[in-house]
Design a binder for this molecule. Structure first.
Ligand code: DGY
Length: 322
């Protein structure tokens, strides 16, 4: 029997690429250069499955050519880069890779929170630039994280992994804003309280961490008026998607001291970062590292492999999203 033809759009961990090659007729991308929309449109006519990731844009136009592709098995939990309505209309299944990256993404959110509150980026820059003059009682005073109030916008798997760390590790008080009602037993695990709206949440928090999906529905969810609702010394953390935050409004809030600082792992037009953000000292910037551990990146790849194997065996893949 002919093996399904599969296109892997970026380099993946070796162990997964090797395993994938045993099961499918795969084409890899050894140059690791992101594919253009035109290349992806052509690929739709040549492959049974395409394995895209967050750097591949698949708008409706990509689905308009001749289609051989029957499944887009996305490498990553977020899939706002795929027009799932267009995929559905073309009879193409879409899967993602939830669960396996929740811990590492929450670890990065925690890293950003600690770094910005304790001024770790600023401190390291000072030291490496030879500007450190030694210990003194008033040097680089930060903000205490332990015992502070953390607001979580979005309370899915990653939001809950963050709550676990903050509640059990740092004794933080947890407030939650989520589209749907969170079951009482889930909130009780972290002694968390759900509030009805983002407007209710923001003024009560020392830290706000975003864990909602990206995409058009949540574009600029955190905008100027909402940043104004945050406490003056509060910190914003984004490990969700860049488009969730209005970067211009955030830069203004940082430069004018409307909030204490921010920590970002994701950006609206990755890998471009607005100059006004790059210059802000009270901002910690990471290059989309949320899931970047070998354990997680391999687990994501093997999860894609499971989804594909099920799909081509005629079973419903576990992580079907459209
Ligand atoms: C995800 O899984 O969504 C990560 O951000 C990588 O795309």
């Amino acid at each position: 029997m002919m093996k399904p033809r599969v296109l892997v759009t970026r380099r993946w961990p070796d162990a997964v690429e090797r395993e994938m090659a045993k099961v499918f007729d795969i084409d890899l991308n050894p140059s690791d250069i992101p594919l253009s929309e035109a290349t992806l449109r052509d690929a739709m006519g040549q492959y049974d499955a395409i394995l895209p990731t967050v750097t591949d844009r698949l708008p409706a136009a990509v689905f308009q050519g001749p289609a051989r592709t029957r499944i887009l098995a996305n490498y990553g939990v977020g899939f706002a880069h795929i027009d799932t309505e267009a995929a559905k209309a073309s009879g193409i299944a879409v899967t993602n890779t939830p669960d396996v990256l929740s811990d590492c993404t929450a670890d990065i959110a925690m890293t950003l929170m600690l770094m910005v509150a304790r001024r770790a980026g600023e401190g390291e820059r000072e030291l490496r630039n030879g500007r450190w003059t030694g210990w003194r009682p008033t040097h680089m005073i930060g903000t205490k994280v332990s015992g502070a109030t953390l607001g979580l916008i979005g309370f899915g798997r990653i939001g809950q992994a963050m709550a676990k760390r903050a509640h059990f590790g740092f004794g933080m008080k947890i407030l939650v804003q989520n589209r749907s009602a969170v079951p009482a037993e889930v909130l009780a695990r972290y002694n968390a309280v759900q509030v009805p709206t983002i407007e209710d949440l923001l003024p009560q928090c020392d830290f706000v961490s975003l864990h909602c999906p990206g995409g058009a529905a949540n574009r600029h969810l955190i905008n100027g008026p909402r940043l104004d609702l945050m406490r003056r010394g509060a910190f914003l953390i984004n490990t969700a998607r860049g488009e969730v935050v209005d970067e211009h409004a955030l830069a203004q809030a940082l430069w004018f001291g409307a909030i204490g600082g921010a920590g970002l792992d994701v950006y609206d037009r990755e890998p471009a970062i607005p100059r006004e953000l790059l210059g802000a000292d009270n901002l910690v910037l990471l290059p989309h590292l949320g899931s970047a551990t070998i354990e997680t990146r391999e687990a994501m790849g093997f999860r894609v492999l499971d989804n594909l194997t099920d799909f081509f065996a005629g079973k419903q893949p576990r992580d079907l999203v459209a």
